[in-house]
Design a protein around this ligand. Structure first.
Ligand code: ZN
Length: 163
């Protein structure tokens, strides 16, 4: 008897989760169908709290941007060990902050954000490699390009409305 009850219970749960799945699926298809027929929606805009979150990440990123001059100085001095240390130390959280920033952008702004973040890191990795090879020309070229891409990235911050 207790065995039968437990089988029933299991079947009960099983069919409940099956029917939950079916209704989720139905809901999803309804949603997709309604999206297909919906008139073109207003373009999405930034809400004040998303702007605030973006400004907070941008503040951290700007803080690292402000220290890029130190990296330039180390390259000028051909202080290769500290060049590499600087990229993995003070700039160590840059990638994470840029990723978090990107995730809060509107969908249409995310591809350029991802592309610029990739570029910045391509240049920083090139500087690291140049440091290993004591390659001054490659280091300075990638330093300039990293700055350009980082500034373009910071330009993605939506202009806050007056506040
Ligand atoms: Zn670039």
């Amino acid at each position: 008897m207790s065995k039968m009850q437990s089988i029933n219970a299991r079947f009960g749960i099983g069919s409940r989760s099956r029917s939950l799945f079916v209704s989720l699926l139905a809901g999803m298809m309804l949603f997709l169908a309604s999206c297909g027929n919906a008139p073109p929606a207003e373009p999405p805009t930034y809400t004040p709290d998303v702007v605030q979150r973006l400004e907070s990440y941008a503040g951290d990123i700007q803080g690292m941007r402000d220290r890029m001059g130190e990296l330039e100085q180390l390259i000028q001095e051909r202080d290769w060990v500290y060049v590499d240390n600087f990229i993995h130390g003070p700039l160590g959280t840059l990638r994470q902050d840029m990723t978090l920033f990107n995730r809060n952008l509107l969908p249409q702004d995310q591809p350029p954000g991802r592309e610029l973040a990739r570029e910045v890191f391509r240049h920083l990795e090139a500087i690291s490699l140049a440091a290993e090879n004591s390659d001054y020309a490659t280091a300075t070229k990638n330093y300039r390009e990293a700055l350009t891409d980082l500034d373009a990235f910071l330009d993605l911050l939506p202009k806050s409305s007056g506040s």
